[in-house]
Ligand binder design. Structure first.
Ligand code: AHM
Ligand code: MG
Length: 306
């Protein structure tokens, strides 16, 4: 006779259980990061559900558009920003929020303040939203010395001082990848349980990869070293096979594939965007933190992203 355990996994490592395990490694911890992360997880579930329903609920379209009932429709990225701002503020563990959707940093009401600053892109991959291709949320967490006197300058910390980072990919499945500075773990949302279950423990990027990922449509604006590098991916001179090109145009999805399959993802600076297109605080720093925690590397073109 079949035992339940043969058919179903009955001892699940949920993300909450994992974060609590991590917390117990720090006996001095008061659980603030655990609480903050559980609010971020709630935000991811909320956005995952909205993304799944987007086509049906007519959530796509321009912000400010009105539906047949005359109600204002929210674009998914505007809605996602609201979801995360509310989740982060109500955690009572944040003092400053820096979102890609908001021009200015949000300083949390002093009564609700905690010691963390969260930099996030609530829904990255804007060009993929309306056609249902993978998109994602990216976040990085810093500790602030004094939450009552925090200034904008204090928020602009180097990426290497981040204490945790992660992303959630809304794709063919919903996957949350997290690091609190002790390796990288991946969790997949089980919709029937409403829980993220660990499916990718201790992710390490393969040391060698066969894929390069870049928007080659920008090639005419690249500098010579970048153009030469990409040329070598296609026409190797050392007798090795050419690499495959994969490019989704959603950083979360392109980085996720790179983390699991190996290879390189790049968005080089070019004549059009001399500092590159990707945003440092909520795109580059969190992804670089995860890449390094998974044994990979992240470069600006001149040195380590840090
Ligand atoms: P967004 O913040 O407007 O969504 O832009 C960021 C996205 C990244 O997810 C992705 O890597 C890049 O832009 C793609 O840019 P491009 O369409 O120029 O290839
Ligand atoms: Mg973005």
């Amino acid at each position: 006779m079949d035992h339940a355990a043969d058919t179903f996994r009955t001892d699940l490592m949920t993300i909450t259980r994992h974060v609590l395990n991590e917390q117990s490694r720090h006996p001095e911890s008061r659980g603030d990061l655990t609480i903050l992360l559980s609010h971020i997880v709630l935000g991811c579930k909320f956005v995952a559900s909205a993304v799944n329903k987007a086509g049906l609920a007519k959530l796509t379209g321009l912000a400010g558009e009105t539906n047949v009932q005359g109600e204002e429709q929210k674009k998914l990225d505007v809605l996602s920003n609201e979801v995360f701002v509310n989740a982060l503020v109500s955690s009572g563990r944040t003092c400053v929020l820096v979102s890609e959707e908001d021009e200015k940093a949000t300083f949390v009401d002093p009564k609700l303040r905690g010691k963390y600053c969260v930099c996030f892109d609530p829904l990255d991959g804007s060009s993929n939203i309306d056609c249902g291709v993978s998109i994602g949320t990216i976040f990085g967490i810093y500790m602030i010395k004094n939450q009552d006197t925090v200034t904008l300058e204090e928020v602009l910390q180097p990426g290497k001082d981040m204490i945790a980072a992660g992303y959630c990919m809304y794709g063919s499945s919903c996957t949350l990848v997290l690091s609190t500075g002790n390796g990288v773990n991946g969790f997949t949302l089980d919709p029937s349980l409403g829980e993220f279950i660990m499916t990718h423990p201790d992710i390490k990027i393969p040391p060698k990869g066969k894929i390069y990922s870049v928007n080659e449509g920008n090639a005419k604006n690249w500098d010579t070293p970048t153009a030469k590098y990409v040329e070598k991916c296609k026409y190797p001179t050392d007798g090795s096979s050419p690499k495959s090109l994969r490019y989704i145009g959603s950083m979360v999805a392109d980085v996720h594939r790179t983390l699991l399959y190996g290879g390189i993802f790049l968005y080089p600076a070019d004549k059009k965007s001399p500092s590159g297109k990707l945003r440092v605080m909520y795109e580059v720093f969190p992804m670089s933190f995860l890449m390094e925690e998974a044994g990979g590397q992240s470069f600006t073109g001149k040195g380590r992203v840090a």
